[in-house]
Design a binder for this molecule. Structure first.
Ligand code: NZQ
Ligand code: ZN
Length: 395
């Protein structure tokens, strides 16, 4: 038996037209002056933003909009959002978009509740966060799981540092999940989302405490559902059932459920973040680009774990195989799936070319926060291990 805490307070409102309930929800949570945060284009172009603003107005709520959040959201826009929230005297932040918008909204909520502080100090752990405004979410892409997570990931564009801040203060009050809002997503973003949902689950599934438990069964079920519906969503664009399943899977993949009692690994995520920080690469694509190399490097840490993953998630009949071969087959099946999604499985496919040795070293050094940390728990990785994994992926 292992000890754990589980705290997932976000109210999920799932179904068609649920974005029309935004005003009522915010009123319920005590909001009256709402800063609505959205991305560059999609929410306004689809008419979603207007519907949401109408829903707020119907409840008598005041609102202002901050648009222009870009993927790999920038610290500078979050700081601008803090200023706007303070000028407007906002008491609630509503995110309308995906992980980048939600993470920006969380950062604004932190900054607006702490006007004397610079938000980056919280991300760099120079100051501890003890209060934040409430955040609500209308999700438009199943991917990052930020709608239920305790995390917010920002990029400091001046230093090219992409850093996360995890705190229960970041758990949104509610998340509205209407699968129809995903209809305008390009296939690339759907595929990146599928990879990300899988990786939130796998970065917990591969951990040092592996025994037979319900958490593993939940993780394997979530992975199977994500693979199945990921395939469907790309084969039949606009399949609302498949997108709905992905949305729910995405929320559960990162609210903590699939890692209870384990120790989060998240090494592939850390490897990916450095690639995003240096090349502005899309999050999900960075994960598929490095995962196979990470897995091969870590295979001998616990080949039985990979073999079980192959049998339970990919349905591989590996009983006759040696454990190492069964593990390798599972890694190959995963990469094969990434390829069917047209996701990269190496650095050149990610679009950054084949990197020079000096760049790989720089990435590895940055990944250890300049020599001050190791990453991972399934296998603890030092700078030389990280360099080896980047080198394996460098083709
Ligand atoms: O800006 P718009 O025009 O909205 O376009 C966005 C953006 O270009 C577009 N998009 C979103 N919904 C759409 C749509 N286009 C058409 N129709 C729709 N319905 O998709 C693009 C990507 O959006 P983004 O928000 O960046 O996607 P995602 O949800 O994948 O978020 C990625 C970010 O979240 C972070 C990642 O590192 C990355 O910065 N993560 C956050 C986590 C968390 N807070 O818990 C955990 C994750 O592991 C991840 O690190
Ligand atoms: Zn992720």
């Amino acid at each position: 038996m292992r000890s754990f805490e589980f705290y997932s307070p976000t109210k999920i409102i799932f179904g068609l037209d649920t974005e029309l309930e935004a005003g009522q929800q915010i009123r319920f949570w005590g909001g009256s002056r709402v800063l609505v945060v959205c991305g560059g284009h999609s929410a306004a172009a689809s008419g979603l933003l207007d519907r949401v603003l109408n829903s707020l107005a119907k409840e008598g709520l005041n609102s202002e909009v901050l648009g222009g959040v870009r993927p790999n959201p920038r610290l500078s826009l979050a700081r601008e959002g803090v200023r706007q929230a303070l000028d407007f005297d906002a008491d609630f932040i509503l995110a309308v978009g995906g992980g980048s918008v939600i993470d920006t909204a969380k950062a604004i909520a932190d900054g607006a509740a702490n006007p004397q502080s610079d938000i980056w100090d919280f991300w760099m752990k120079r100051q501890e966060l003890s209060s934040a405004l409430p955040v609500g979410v209308i999700l438009t892409i199943p991917a990052a799981g930020s709608e239920c997570s305790d995390s917010s990931v920002l990029t400091n564009e001046d230093t090219k540092e992409k850093r996360g801040l995890s705190t229960d203060l970041h758990r949104p009050r509610f998340a509205i999940l209407n699968p129809a809002l995903t209809a305008t997503l390009p296939p690339f973003q759907v595929a990146c989302g599928v990879v990300d949902i899988m990786m939130h689950t796998m970065d917990r599934y591969f951990n040092p405490y592996t025994d037979n438990n319900l958490t593993d069964e939940l993780a394997e079920g979530l992975l199977r559902a994500t693979v199945q519906n990921g395939r469907l969503a790309l084969e039949r664009p606009g399949d609302l059932h498949a997108m709905g399943e992905l949305m729910w899977a995405g929320s559960l993949s990162h609210n903590g459920l699939t890692g209870l009692g384990g120790k989060k690994d998240f090494a592939p995520h850390q490897l990916g973040h450095e690639l995003s920080a240096m090349f502005d690469a899309t999050h999900g694509a960075t994960l598929s680009a490095v995962w196979g190399s990470w897995a091969r490097y870590c295979l001998d840490t616990d080949p039985g774990r990979f073999a079980r993953f192959g049998a339970r998630v990919w349905g591989l009949d590996n009983r006759e195989l040696k454990l190492e071969d069964a593990a390798l087959a599972a890694i190959q099946a995963t990469e094969e799936f990434f390829r069917t999604l047209k996701m990269p499985t190496c650095l050149s496919e990610l679009g950054c070319g084949v990197l020079e040795e000096g760049t790989l070293r720089e990435l590895a050094h940055r990944c250890t926060f300049y020599g001050t940390r190791t990453i991972g728990s399934f296998r603890v990785l030092e700078e030389r291990d990280i360099l080896s994994i980047y080198s394996m992926a460098n083709h």
